[in-house]
Design a protein around this ligand. Structure first.
Ligand SMILES: *Cc1c(COP(=O)(O)O)cnc(C)c1O
Length: 539
């Protein structure tokens, strides 16, 4: 048989960030998936996405008068989705659940099929209610819809799939369905598993061990997620409790981490897992037309004045947006630092406030202005307290600290175009890749970042951005925090601020270097090309 050069791929993901107000995404994973589908669409690559049409999306998170984040759940309806006329059935808790299949290709993306249980004939139409909203049985039900329902939708749509790409472990039950299909045709479990392995590739995203989901085997059996498999067979795949990442590593012909450093971390993290696929590294990339101002890209080989003016226009757009939303007018002649991330402890959103003696005078005088955004997970009080602390800094320095509530793609785009510096200071090595820094870099917004995720691959300190600290990370978290805080101030006070105010030409040369050194390397085209060569065609 002739080897295909373009295997047909079905890409599975819980979330997709295609457009700011299409609320089927929560954060980085979805943004990556959305960009990937657009990249495949641009290149005409034969790939379809499988996802879920979330009725309420993730959370619409607003700040109440006490400064605390509050989750609201509007119901969203979209008039641009196409009804495929197809409904598939998944048996959950011994009862049939019907899933309607919608199609979406309005955003230049490869066809995306979305499953939806919100139908009158379902006893539980709420399975596709909230993205990452529920745990336990409800989460398994959601994963059954995505994985099992997803494969059944592909069959009903008569799409001849060569490769099933699981973007994160949530999609793993699709593999159980693929094995069951073959067992139903008479193959033994082992033979079905081995054959299925040739069809699956897996991308892992989570270097934080608790972020890798697992479910008790009994619960999976009770839900019917095993389909034709026995308990002992499920256990062979994912262990007990059944770990979704372990299962996916054992079900794939090849797996990947999302940056080189993450590749090293992931290999170390899963080294005790037997019978797993190889883990390679493919660094994430972004869809430039979505995130990067084309004028900024063009300006990179024009004069310093043109680069600067183009950037200042983006900066003014951000300042106007903040003025409209908050009634606060930031100063376009002064440095603006951007920081927007999920509010979780390891990202250390408030590290920059660690030393009041050094930082408060700079905020008081307006020499630095900081714009924050980010949501805490609805069920995570620690994350919400982080948001609360950022909001209280805004109260303390109303003209220099801004918190933009309800972080979404619109805010993401404005911030990564219109700030001057993009700050990133997670505990290392916990950030798998990060893509917001890539957006910033290509817009001439200079990265000031810990050497984590994608940044070690791009950083030329003092040339296209700055590194905070180095790669020597103390084991103790408190030591790490203190060390990184000192390193952050060191670079900020001795390099970033003086360059911005006293050496504008050098600053602009750094912006130019930032754009030129990242625009090809961290684009979704390069990423797609690597996935095709190293994963889809792997044998
Ligand atoms: C780009 C983007 C992300 C990903 O950001 P990282 O912090 O780099 O992982 C998440 N959310 C939104 C809204 C984005 O635009």
């Amino acid at each position: 048989m002739k080897k295909k050069t373009k295997p047909i791929v079905a890409y599975f993901c819980m979330e997709y960030g295609l457009k700011s107000d299409f609320h089927i995404y929560a954060g980085g994973l979805g943004i990556l998936a959305g960009d990937y589908l657009k990249g495949a669409g641009d290149q005409g690559y034969p790939l379809v996405g499988i996802g879920i049409k979330w009725k309420q999306g993730y959370t619409t998170q607003v700040i109440n008068t006490e400064g605390f984040p509050v989750d609201t759940y509007p119901i969203y309806e979209y008039d641009f989705l196409e009804d495929t006329g197809i409904t598939v059935e998944v048996i959950i808790r011994k009862r049939p659940v019907f899933c309607k299949v919608w199609k979406c290709n309005q955003f230049g993306n490869a066809d995306l099929y979305l499953l939806d249980t919100d139908l009158p004939q379902n006893e539980d139409p709420w399975i596709t209610g909230q993205l990452y909203g529920w745990f336990g049985e409800e989460r398994i039900a959601q994963e059954m819809i995505l994985g099992i329902g997803g494969v059944r939708a592909l069959r009903a749509l008569k799409i001849p799939v060569d490769i099933y790409h699981f973007n994160e472990g949530h999609a793993l039950l699709a593999g159980i369905e693929l094995i069951s299909e073959k067992m139903d045709r008479g193959l033994s479990f082992e033979a079905a598993w081995q054959t299925t392995k040739k069809e699956i590739v897996f991308t892992t995203h989570t270097p934080v061990i608790q972020g890798n989901e697992s479910h008790p085997l009994d619960r999976l059996m009770y839900m019917g997620a095993n389909i034709s498999l026995k308990r002992s067979q499920l256990r062979k795949i994912g262990g007990s409790p059944f770990n979704m990442t372990v299962g996916a590593l054992r079900m794939a012909k090849i797996s990947n981490a999302v940056a080189r450093l993450h590749g090293i971390t992931a290999k170390e993290m899963w080294k005790k897992v037997k019978n797993k696929s190889e883990i390679i590294a493919i660094t994430n990339g972004i869809h430039k037309p979505t995130w990067v101002d084309p004028k900024m890209l063009e300006s990179a080989d024009k004069s310093n004045q043109i680069i600067w003016n183009t950037h200042q226009r983006n900066k003014k757009k951000l300042i106007d947006f903040i003025y409209r939303r908050k009634g606060v007018k930031l100063d376009e002649e002064k440095l603006i630092i951007g920081f927007s991330r999920r509010a979780v402890p390891y990202k250390r959103s408030d590290l920059i406030f660690g030393n009041p003696r050094l930082i408060y005078p700079l905020l008081k005088s307006g020499k630095i202005q900081i714009v924050f955004s980010g949501k805490g997970h609805p069920l995570d009080d620690t994350g919400k307290k982080i948001v609360y602390r950022l909001v209280s800094m805004q109260k303390k320095f109303p003209n220099a600290v801004v918190f933009l509530e309800n972080y979404d793609m619109e805010i993401g785009a404005l911030l990564t175009r219109g700030t001057d510096v993009w700050l990133n200071n997670p505990r290392r090595p916990k950030e798998a890749s990060g893509t917001s820094g890539m957006k910033a870099a290509m817009n001439g917004v200079l990265n000031l970042s810990i050497l984590d995720g994608w940044w070690p691959e791009a950083c030329q300190h003092g040339i296209n951005g700055w590194q905070i600290g180095d790669t020597l990370v103390p084991d103790d978290e408190k030591d790490q925090d203190e060390r990184d805080e000192r390193a952050l101030y060191q670079v900020l006070l001795n390099q970033v601020i003086p360059t911005y105010y006293e050496d504008r030409n050098k600053w602009i040369e750094m912006m130019r270097a930032s754009i030129l050194s990242t625009e090809n390397e961290f684009s979704v085209e390069r990423m797609l090309d690597e996935y095709i060569r190293l994963m889809y065609l792997h044998r």
